[in-house]
Design a protein around this ligand. Structure first.
Ligand SMILES: [Zn+2]
Length: 364
């Protein structure tokens, strides 16, 4: 679709006439000789956003060992390609076991992967994650670890805020002061912080410490939500991933019961999150396949979020939060066309264009 003129209307931007230049970028000065591209019927979005993915993996067992295995680059390319095939054109990768992930991902040509913002290696407490997958941080060492363990091109820092211990349940890995020091170190280098939280104490601690994005956040409170919303912070509840985890642990296990209690809490909070100013993002995590973020959208609706808010959570909301412009001259020419402006349609893109390249064309 390069060297074409495109006319369309979007909910957020109104009617637009833009060109896609030879480099696959939007231009507001299309050449007069360029033909007009036909998008077909449907609703245009700048692409779906997966706010919590791990491009290295489909499941935890993919993250075996601490060194880069030969298959990592191929796996990242495969997962990136399946994100594109579903119309996911922007991904926030929330952590990896392998420090080479950031470079391997960003080295892929932009038209072969979604736009990507990535965290480096997971930072956890001692014994605070799956063995060998995280950088284990001794008490008091978080700020130093943020500086030492974050790859140059990483724009996020991912903390594992708590982790279950046998017979005790999920235990926080960092004090509020440690988290605040870690956040300060990340912000000093222009990075954002995301934190895995499943234990009851962790999300409140993280919100007070200034963490940017709360992942899972099963035990956020209304006060936490207001505080997070005041600074325009983000929450990625990953409800499908949490439901699958409950099923894996067993509804009647102690872990399963705690997670179920957390999910019930999430259902009480999600309908109010957007009004509180919190940026809700949908994430696949390791539970849904790469590209299947529209399934999480259905999960958010099932948790009581208004459908209009869910559409924003999959598209314009996280784009604005992540600072990735939509339809802006000079940026990658990205768009998808779905049948209608409803959540069910997000899973059925008829046309996917990434950097001016047609990735999917299922128009009839
Ligand atoms: Zn995750």
């Amino acid at each position: 679709m390069r060297c074409h003129v495109v006319r369309f209307t979007t909910e957020d931007h109104g009617p637009l006439t833009l060109g896609i230049d030879a480099a696959g970028l939007w231009t507001d000065r299309p050449d007069r000789s360029w033909p007009e591209a036909e998008l077909g019927d449907g609703v245009v979005y700048p692409g779906l956003v997966d706010g919590h993915a791990h491009l290295t993996s489909n499941e935890v067992s993919d993250m075996t060992g601490t060194s880069r295995d030969d298959g990592l680059a191929a796996r990242i390319a495969r997962h990136a390609s399946s994100q594109l095939a579903h119309g996911v054109l922007l991904v926030a990768d929330k952590g990896t076991h392998d420090p080479g992930t950031v470079e391997l991902t960003l080295d892929l040509p932009p038209e072969q992967r979604p736009a990507a913002q990535l965290a480096g290696r997971f930072l956890a407490g001692v014994d605070g994650y799956y063995p060998h997958l995280a950088v284990e941080v001794a008490p008091g060492g978080l700020a130093g670890a943020v500086d030492a363990a974050t790859p140059e091109q990483a724009t996020w820092v991912k903390l594992i805020g708590d982790w279950p211990r046998r017979g005790v349940g999920a235990v926080p890995s960092f004090t509020e002061a440690e988290l605040a020091a870690g956040v300060a170190a990340a912000h000093a280098s222009g990075r954002r912080v995301a934190i895995h939280t499943a234990a009851p104490e962790t999300p409140g601690r993280a919100v007070r410490a200034g963490v940017d994005s709360i992942e899972h956040g099963l035990f956020l409170t209304e006060d936490d939500l207001l505080r997070l919303g005041e600074r325009g912070g983000a929450w990625v509840p990953t409800v499908r991933a949490m439901e699958l985890l409950v099923a894996a642990l067993g509804e009647d296990s102690s872990g399963g019961r705690l997670l179920r209690e957390g999910l019930d809490n999430v259902k009480g909070l999600l309908p109010h999150a957007a009004a509180a100013g919190v940026v809700i993002m949908a994430g696949t995590d390791l539970a849904l396949g790469h590209g299947e973020v529209a399934r999480e959208a259905k999960g958010l609706v099932a948790c009581g979020m208004a459908e209009a808010d869910v559409l924003i959570a999959l598209t314009s909301g996280p784009r604005a939060y992540l600072g990735e412009p939509a339809f802006a001259p000079g940026s990658c020419a990205d768009l998808i066309v779905v049948p209608a402006a409803d959540v069910a349609s997000l899973a059925m893109p008829r046309l996917v264009v990434r950097c001016g390249r047609v990735v999917v064309d299922a128009r009839v």
